[in-house]
Design a protein around this ligand. Structure first.
Ligand SMILES: Nc1ncnc2c1ncn2[C@@H]1O[C@H](COP(=O)(O)OP(=O)(O)OP(=O)(O)O)[C@@H](O)[C@H]1O
Ligand SMILES: [Mg+2]
Length: 450
């Protein structure tokens, strides 16, 4: 049976609510102050708290803020007396489920409680589902750098410190971010990712901070930003080096004040999200060029992580290849596969400019394209690997797909080179959206070097 805590300094109100709620089959407990409420919440699990706004000592809003910090927090319904309606409205913005006005209507009270219980259940179900969906964050590799990385994660994950992850494209930066989250006390809350490079410049603020209906053409409803979605959890700002200076200042202010206003104005929203950022750029160089704010760099770079390129831990290639082989055999419903030593040798000789992501893509490709092969040999590997990504004749390709991928890769690499690695400009010359080219580069295993 749902358990409800009644917090009011007036004993007559506590008594009558207790009567009504217990008649409905709820179990109840009572507290006469904010302090007593917190003591009760630490000892017992409640589904809903009815919380008076005006309390002697710690008031309702302060109590609400403290309750929200607890794990598995109950839904809170504020009780507002004369002259406290505005405060009640503010409380809902701070995370209260809703509010009731005194004198209390029994019907309204019961409906609201029922809705709050449903909302809490949905929220919990949602969270459990999300947890199941969360990709596994195992970092494979027995090399010295991989062991060191795992050890550093283990030490830093439980702290609340901001993390900045450096590393080339495809090295495993996101994987490290997820591993930190899943080993932190925030693991049951959301891990929210924002790819600052893939979101168009004019949409990024609304993505991060949300917007009010009518804030700009196309804002037809209110939208919750990712900072708010990550409340209690972790916000992963991927490719932060691509964020504009204007957005950087707003992020900086949000980190300092722990609150922000949505695009289009409105009440500031308080957030508690652990920020992990990543970049494949040399941010110190970006700072000297005036593209990145130095103050933001120091705020984010509390705990620096550096993920090495695959060529610096080549000894992990065999175990990574076998790990991905197992993963994709399972994904595509096939029995376990083997990879022959001569094929591993080719993998070891290649330079892997797209790092672990490129290796993973290669393994996925051979699993898909050779449905009946049990043991992969060097002939099953894409020709690109044999010639280290350069030159070659079209007769090397056994399928159209392989030939097209190789051609696209070479062509994009050439265009990138012509544009000095600038992705936006290359996208323009190719007639593609920047985000589209970006995704394509990822699939083709092309490292972003700007
Ligand atoms: N050490 C590792 N063990 C297992 N899987 C790994 C490892 N490193 C990377 N991967 C896998 O390789 C892929 C690429 O990693 P990830 O997306 O974390 O890289 P990234 O550095 O964020 O890349 P990008 O810069 O392209 O966004 C993912 O599927 C990830 O799970
Ligand atoms: Mg990434």
């Amino acid at each position: 049976m749902p358990n409800i805590l009644i917090v009011d300094d007036e004993s007559s109100i506590r008594r009558s609510l207790k009567g009504v709620l217990e008649d409905e089959g709820y179990t109840t407990a009572q507290a006469e102050s904010g302090e007593a409420c917190l003591t009760a919440v630490r000892k017992e699990v409640f589904d809903v708290i009815l919380l008076d706004i005006w309390l002697p000592g710690m008031d309702g809003l302060e109590t609400l803020a403290k309750i929200r910090d607890l794990a598995g927090a109950p839904e809170v319904i504020m009780i507002s007396g004369h002259g406290t309606i505005e405060t009640a409205v503010r409380a809902t913005k701070l995370g209260a489920y809703d509010f009731l006005e005194k004198p209390l209507s029994i019907d309204k009270t019961l409906i609201l409680i029922k809705n709050a219980i449903d909302a809490k259940r949905l929220r919990e179900e949602n969270r459990d589902l999300k947890k199941q969906l969360l990709p596994k964050s195992v970092i494979v590799g027995e090399s010295v750098p991989m062991k060191a990385l795992r050890q550093q994660i283990q030490i830093m994950a439980p702290t609340n410190g901001r993390v900045l992850i450096f590393g080339e494209s495809g090295t495993g930066k996101e994987l490290v971010a997820r591993a930190i989250h899943s080993q932190s006390p925030r693991k049951d809350e959301m891990f929210v990712e924002v790819n600052c490079a893939a979101i168009p410049e004019d949409m990024i603020e609304s993505e991060l901070f949300g917007h009010r209906q009518g804030a700009f053409a196309g804002a037809t409803t209110d939208k919750e930003g990712t900072f708010q979605k990550a409340h209690g959890g972790t916000l992963f700002l991927d490719e932060i080096g691509d964020m504009s200076l204007k957005t950087q200042s707003k992020v900086l202010r949000t980190l300092d004040e722990q609150r922000f206003a949505p695009v289009g104005g409105g009440e500031p929203i308080t957030v508690d999200a652990r920020v992990i950022a990543s970049t494949n750029k040399d941010l110190e160089e970006e700072i000297s060029r005036g593209n990145f704010r130095e103050d933001l760099f120091y705020r984010l770079n509390v705990i620096p992580f550096s993920v090495p390129p695959l060529r610096e831990h080549k000894e992990d290639i065999p175990v990574l290849a076998r790990h991905f082989l197992k993963e994709f055999s399972a994904t595509y419903g096939r029995r376990p596969r083997e990879i022959a030593d001569d094929a591993v040798e080719i993998l070891l000789r290649y330079s892997w400019p797209g790092n672990v992501r490129e290796l993973r893509n290669v393994i996925e490709r051979i699993v898909i394209m050779n449905p009946t092969t049990f043991r992969f040999e060097r002939k099953h590997l894409p020709p690109l690997l044999h010639r280290d990504g350069r030159g070659g004749s079209s007769s090397e390709f056994s399928t159209l797909h392989q030939a097209r991928a190789a051609y696209e890769r070479d062509y994009i690499l050439k265009k990138l080179d012509e544009n000095h690695g600038n992705v936006s400009r290359t996208a323009e010359t190719l007639g593609l959206e920047r985000s589209h080219l970006y995704r394509k580069m990822k699939t083709l295993g092309i490292a972003v070097k700007e």
